[in-house]
Ligand binder design. Structure first.
Ligand code: HEM
Length: 160
């Protein structure tokens, strides 16, 4: 694994960085650009439908990059031998952040799916409860964690 990392280091680090850009940037665009535009839709039913649809598209786009992020991270852990250096705590911190972000993403996907199903059944109150928490708390949580992970990555990048 170390040999592969040394041979393809530029590509592996690039894939790691672009994955973070798509995942974190995608959530920021959704939460702070698209979301405010959706709020202008007057019909609550239509508004929830559009939000649920946009979230579905976002989750489809980010999922492959979430996987690429962890695969490239494993290459870097092995390639730099991070666990044998004094950067191991930082590496574990980033692994922890990725894990929380991943679990949070899976829960968001499940809530969105449930919300969409409720919308189709005409259960507006239930759908709103499912989808509202995603925008109010879960996406901002992942944005914050993602920014911390990017900062730790910058620190690692300038110290390794
Ligand atoms: C899963 C555990 C992770 C590990 C072990 C890890 C490890 C690393 C390492 C070693 C670097 C430095 C690469 C180099 O310059 O050669 C790095 C950079 C970076 N990481 Fe991670 N990372 C992880 C997760 C994440 C996550 C979750 C994000 C964001 C969502 C992220 C975003 C970044 C970014 C943007 C850089 C580039 C920083 C720069 O070049 O200035 N990483 N990471």
């Amino acid at each position: 694994m170390q040999d592969i990392f040394l041979e393809y280091k530029t590509l592996i680090v690039f894939l790691h960085v672009i994955s973070a850009v798509v995942w974190v940037g995608g959530m920021i665009a959704m939460r702070y650009a698209a979301h405010y535009s959706f709020l202008e839709i007057e019909s609550p039913q239509k508004r929830l439908e559009r939000i649920a649809h946009a979230l579905k598209r976002l989750f489809y786009i980010v999922l492959p990059f979430v996987v690429i992020l962890i695969v490239t991270a494993v290459f870097m852990i092995k390639g730099y031998g991070l666990n044998e250096t004094h950067f191991s705590a930082l590496s574990h911190a980033k692994e922890g952040i990725w894990s929380i972000m991943f679990i949070n993403l899976i829960v968001m996907i499940l809530r969105r799916n449930r919300g969409e199903k409720m919308l189709n059944e005409g259960n507006m109150v239930g759908a709103k409860a499912q989808i509202e928490l995603i925008g109010k708390f879960m996406v901002p949580l992942n944005i914050t964690l993602g920014i911390i992970a990017v900062f730790l990555g910058t620190y690692l990048s300038s110290s390794l």
